[in-house]
Design a protein around this ligand. Sequence first.
Ligand SMILES: [Zn+2]
Length: 87
Amino acid sequence: MSRQVRTKGGELMAKPLKNSIGMFYHCGNCLEQRPEGVSPREWLRAEFGPTPKGFQLWCVRCEMSIVSFNLLGQKIKIINDEDEGGD
Ligand SMILES: [Zn+2]
């Protein structure tokens, strides 16, 4: 199955991955201080990236870890727009 889509101009391009996240992580401290009328998405200030053992989500505002994942030595594959079954 192809993950390509045709543009209005007729060109084939990689079908962009959709957002398949089922649950979002947020900093509890920041959520408590979130101004009224500002969504958690707008308020979040975080960095995400690899660590020696997995991945970590870091709150930039609080300078503390929100969540850290240890992959227990599992191999991972980064899914990009050109891959099949990215979602
Ligand atoms: Zn925070």
